[in-house]
Design a protein around this ligand. Structure first.
Ligand code: NAD
Length: 278
């Protein structure tokens, strides 16, 4: 099945578009002439991004949506259909991070992160898919992570949400092909965005995983969100399935596919680096 080659005037919905990967992706689609509908928790961030999109000459609608609330996502889908009459591309991108081992992190925080990173994606798919099926047309991108392909220590809740998104995408892609709908699962490595600064932290012991350390590490070594945005555009145009982005994502994915034992060894080593031997 070919992807959507010509992005001009395509109604493109992006959640979590107020910052980072979502913002850059919205701007990349705007440059290709897409017609954007952007959503986020933060109205201020949305207003800023909308101004940037308009400067590029593209059309844009904004909507404050909490993706973890099913009724808000359903109302959002109806809003888009009412305002624009159709849905061409949906990018379920909003997401958050939680640092903390299984022993340390609270069930409440696991429920919080699953609400956004997994249920937010599923609500988006369920709300918009019927419009795509009706027209036998569309493409869905779900943002997972390289941590949806391999699971490092210190972020088990985040990893679990992203593994769930990868699993959802693989089955969904096979199911909706007959309706001429493509599905991409985006798996970036580390990207320099607000995600760490805005994350919840539940690391209590001798870990070197502090917010300041992580922010500094991301500023030095992480990929720019624009690289991920370009990968999303390419994935929609060529109907790509699983899309690792960045050398770290590719290396970890290839290692895991080559040898689970080797992958386990790397995770064990990183656990020692983060928490020491005891
Ligand atoms: P970011 O914090 O810069 O942007 C996330 C946006 O999502 C924010 O504007 C925030 O307001 C919004 N958001 C948070 N909760 C929401 C909710 N309940 N409803 C609606 N919007 C909400 O982070 P980012 O790095 O651009 O993250 C985007 C996606 O990319 C996430 O799914 C994240 O897990 C994923 N990702 C990030 C990285 C990375 O290293 N930054 C790597 C792989 C995957």
């Amino acid at each position: 099945m070919p992807g959507i080659k010509d992005l001009r005037n395509k109604i493109t919905i992006i959640t979590g578009a107020g910052s980072g990967i979502g913002r850059s992706t919205a701007l990349a689609f705007a440059r290709k002439g897409a017609d954007l509908v952007i959503a986020d928790l933060s109205e201020e961030r949305l207003a800023e991004v909308a101004r940037e999109i308009e400067v590029l000459g593209a059309r844009v609608l904004t909507r404050q949506v909490d993706v973890s609330k099913r009724e808000e996502v359903d109302a959002f889908a109806k809003f888009v259909h009412r305002e624009r009459g159709r849905v061409d591309i949906l990018h379920n991108n909003a997401g958050v991070n939680l640092s903390g081992t299984v022993a340390e992190s609270s069930i409440e925080n696991w429920e919080w992160i699953f609400g956004i990173n997994f249920w937010g994606v599923l609500y988006g798919v369920k709300a918009f898919l019927p419009y795509m099926i009706e027209r036998r047309y569309g493409h869905i991108v779900n943002t997972a992570s390289m941590f949806g392909l391999c699971a490092p220590p210190a972020t088990p809740a985040y990893n679990a949400t992203k593994f769930a998104v990868v699993g959802l995408g693989e089955g969904l892609r096979a199911e909706v092909r007959k309706y001429n709908i493509g599905v991409t699962t985006l798996c970036p490595g580390i990207v320099n965005t607000r995600i760490v600064a805005d994350s919840r932290m539940e690391i209590k012991d001798n870990s070197i995983v502090t917010r300041d350390n992580l922010v500094q590490f991301y500023e030095k070594f992480a990929l720019k969100p624009e690289c991920v945005a370009n990968a999303v555009v390419k994935a929609v145009r060529h109907n790509k399935s699983v899309v690792p982005v960045g050398p770290d994502a590719w290396a970890l994915w290839m290692t895991k596919r080559f040898s689970q034992t080797l992958s386990d060894g790397i995770m064990m080593l990183s656990s020692r680096m983060l928490f020491g031997k005891s």
